[in-house]
Design a protein around this ligand. Structure first.
Ligand code: MG
Length: 369
């Protein structure tokens, strides 16, 4: 039986400023959910978002209020070992709030996995891989700094896929920045760009033509999320793959995007999808339609990253890898044993539930009072 649901905010500085077209992050607010059950088992979930309300319509504070005030009372006293029944109740009564729902579903799955002695990946159908390729995002905004950072990552064998955040400057400046980095790092690495919706269709035509000619591997969400028709036209016009990210908000949007042939790659994110199960459904729709998969992040800390890793490990096609580097962007660790990154891959935890243990002393020191 579900006995207590606690929502914790923790503010953690990032290792460097992280510049997106919509916001510059100097710190990240982790939103963690802890569900305690009467059998003594507890589960953890995460609903971290990016840049306050710059990225989406849920903020850390709104997520906490909505879970504490509206979602937790629905679940207290319910049987904890039927995750689907719990989530059906939440989804019936609560509109939207995809991040909050994701944290709740993750915590319930973590608890259920621990109860059954199996990893969350087993609850999601079983893993097809034990390690996931992890991209790093170069987002200092400075070309020389970005090149030095990428070289250090290659040297440490941590990342060889690099995603550049662009869209805040002119198209010409952005193209010059990206192609200088591509030229400096050579063909042994994959360079992709994420425009975070900053371009008009005409700017996108101009920018993508130059990026495609320069050997860039992937163009992420060049235009506004509502403009799926423009994304579809860009997909037809260019051979470099277009990836839908902000446009994907769960299975229904996945269905309409494949119907419009808007993109050839989907960035699957558990929080944007509203949970692990809806994210798997969105991924299934993509796979059925021949759309490739990429494992996305909301720059979550270790809990959301581990949960995402469990899901992505079940994907048949993960040809564009993942960007599960969130914990590496943070200056503080909240786990007793950190997640393992080695040889350009994140190792998917193997223990029961999420296979991680939150260090309460560390978290208590970071939590917002
Ligand atoms: Mg993105």
């Amino acid at each position: 039986m579900i006995q207590a649901i606690e929502t914790i905010l923790a503010d953690i500085p990032t290792v460097r400023a992280h510049k997106l077209s919509v916001a510059t992050m100097q710190s990240q607010t982790l939103v963690l959910v802890r569900i305690r059950c009467r059998d003594g088992i507890e589960g953890w979930g995460e609903a971290t978002t990016i840049g306050g309300l710059n990225y989406g319509d849920e903020s850390p504070e709104s997520i906490k209020v909505n879970i504490d005030t509206h979602i937790a009372p629905l679940l207290l006293g319910m049987t904890a070992d039927n995750v689907a029944a719990c989530m059906a109740r939440v989804r019936k009564v609560i509109q939207g709030n995809r991040f909050a729902k994701c944290a709740i579903e993750t915590a319930l799955m973590d608890a259920q996995g621990k109860r059954l002695g199996v990893p969350v990946s087993d609850l999601l159908g079983g893993r097809l891989r034990d390690a996931l390729p992890v991209a790093w995002t170069l987002a200092s905004g400075d070309t020389r700094k970005d090149i030095a950072e990428a070289e250090a990552m290659l040297e440490q064998r941590r990342h060889r896929i690099f995603k550049l955040k662009i869209g805040a400057r002119s198209v010409e400046d952005d193209v010059r920045h990206v192609l200088a980095i591509k030229k400096a790092l050579g063909d042994a690495v994959s360079i992709r760009v994420d425009v975070n919706m900053a371009w008009s269709e005409l700017e996108a035509q101009q920018g993508i033509a130059a990026l495609q000619a320069g050997g860039i591997d992937l163009i992420e969400q060049p235009v506004r999320s509502e403009q799926s028709a423009a994304l579809a036209r860009l997909s037809r016009r260019f051979t470099v793959p277009m990836m839908a990210d902000e446009a994907l908000k769960g299975p229904l949007s996945a269905l309409s995007l494949v119907g419009e042939a808007a993109a050839s790659v989907f960035a699957i994110k558990i929080a944007q999808s509203g949970g692990l199960v809806p994210a798997r459904l969105a991924a299934d729709i993509a796979q059925l339609a021949g759309v490739s998969l990429y494992g996305g992040t909301m720059l979550e800390g270790a809990v959301g990253t581990a949960a995402s890793a469990h899901l992505f490990s079940t994907f048949d096609d993960l040809s564009f890898g993942t960007e599960l580097f969130g914990p590496l962007l943070l200056t503080q660790e909240i786990l007793a044993e950190p997640l393992v990154y080695r040889d350009f891959m994140l190792q998917v935890p193997t223990g029961p539930g999420l296979g991680i243990q939150v260090d309460m002393d560390r978290l208590d020191a970071l939590r917002r009072r």
